[in-house]
Design a protein around this ligand. Structure first.
Ligand SMILES: Cc1cc2nc3c(=O)[nH]c(=O)nc-3n(C[C@H](O)[C@H](O)[C@H](O)COP(=O)(O)O)c2cc1C
Length: 344
């Protein structure tokens, strides 16, 4: 057990007394320092079952979901904590500050978070610089998006810009068209828009592949708030365009699961336990509709090992966590590693 894991139950009440975003910034800083002085390493004792997915070897099935390390500032530390892969970002072509604070809220009664961060990030080029210096062997995904002031008609250019900038340092690229906090972003999930976007990105991927002599898989991250027709349309496009993988899901704008909570009406995406059921339904639907060779990464509402094992049973090849880490701390990593090593 790492020291951080041992002390998280003591640390948690202190962190929860701070504003959620401040606590997050502080925790990541503490982790980087803890890693530098060698306090994170002992998780290697947790079971490791490597997975071969999309031509990549993942040391284990657990990844850090996008948004936790938007600037790629702690990749080596996350890996030392036990994550087999780390998805950094979302990153946009130009740096941007995101929405005004407060923009992150805890709903402890529901083991949930609401966020409207709005892609606060240092820009793709700053993140690429950091990723060049990483030491870890963990798989690194780069999650890309568009700047808030780029109109949707020009969105393809933003994604192409990020793909080109990140290709040499990324193990995979995740195309985020599902954040609820960038106006109009989810409209890119409409059939014609997503077809145009993926066609352009796939074409660029093929030319970058020749230039760099390596294949970097292209995944799309989708929302949980999709009806059956939208799911079918997206699956059709993914099959047609041979997308390399799908990440299901982002946060939800639905508030039914937290009705009556004093923070329920805060604008933004809801994550954690309340999104689990909807995420799982979407995951299951895509597993049925997608060609067998297109893998799924399951994310949304993993709060313990059993939640992770369930996603794998529903067809996820890999899983990711965000909110669960806030509520359960690093102990969740060990638990998910044990549960997923047995699954699949
Ligand atoms: C504060 C916060 C920021 C997030 N930022 C991003 C982001 O920048 N890009 C992205 O694709 N997903 C982002 N997400 C969504 C998570 O990656 C994940 O899909 C979602 O939270 C569901 O997983 P969870 O229930 O384990 O938190 C964010 C989530 C939270 C809570």
């Amino acid at each position: 057990m790492t020291l951080l894991e041992k002390f998280y139950p003591t640390l948690k009440p202190w962190l929860f007394r701070l504003d959620a975003e401040r606590a997050h910034t502080l925790t990541v800083k503490m982790m980087v320092i803890a890693h530098r002085v060698g306090l994170l390493q002992s998780v290697v004792s947790a079971p490791q079952k490597p997975r071969n997915v999309m031509g990549l070897t993942f040391p284990n099935a657990l990844g850090l979901a996008a948004g936790m390390d938007k600037s790629a500032s702690a990749v080596d530390a996350w890996s030392a904590l036990g994550f087999g892969f780390v998805e950094v970002g979302t990153l946009t072509p130009r740096p941007q500050p995101g929405n005004p604070k407060p923009r992150l809220f805890r709903l402890p009664e529901n083991e949930a978070l609401i966020n409207r961060m709005g892609f606060n990030n240092p820009g793709i080029h700053a993140a690429v610089k950091k990723l060049k210096r990483r030491r870890t062997k963990a798989v690194v995904g780069v999650n890309i998006g568009k700047n808030f002031d780029t109109p949707n008609e020009k969105a393809v250019d933003d994604y192409l810009h990020c793909l080109k900038a990140a290709y040499s340092v990324a193990d995979y690229i995740a195309v985020n068209i599902s954040s609820p906090n960038t106006k109009g972003l989810r409209d890119l999930q409409a059939e014609s828009a997503v077809r145009e976007l993926i066609f352009a990105l796939k074409k660029e991927q093929a030319s970058l592949q020749k230039e760099h002599g390596k294949t970097v898989p292209l995944l799309v991250k989708i929302a949980p708030d999709l009806n059956d027709m939208q799911i079918e349309a997206l699956a059709r496009v993914f099959n047609e365009q041979n997308i390399d993988g799908v990440i299901a899901t982002n946060t939800t704008i639905d508030r039914e699961a937290v009705t009556g909570h004093r923070l329920a009406n805060e604008t933004g995406g809801l994550s954690g336990a309340p999104v689990r059921e909807r995420s799982n339904l979407v995951l299951q639907a895509f597993r049925m509709l997608l060609k067998e060779q297109i893998p799924l990464i399951g994310v949304g509402g993993i709060l313990n090992g059993a939640d992770a094992a369930e996603k794998m049973k529903l067809g996820a090849a890999l899983v990711q966590v965000y909110s669960g880490l806030v509520y359960r701390g690093p102990g969740l990593v060990r638990e998910v590693l044990a549960a997923t090593a047995q699954a699949g």
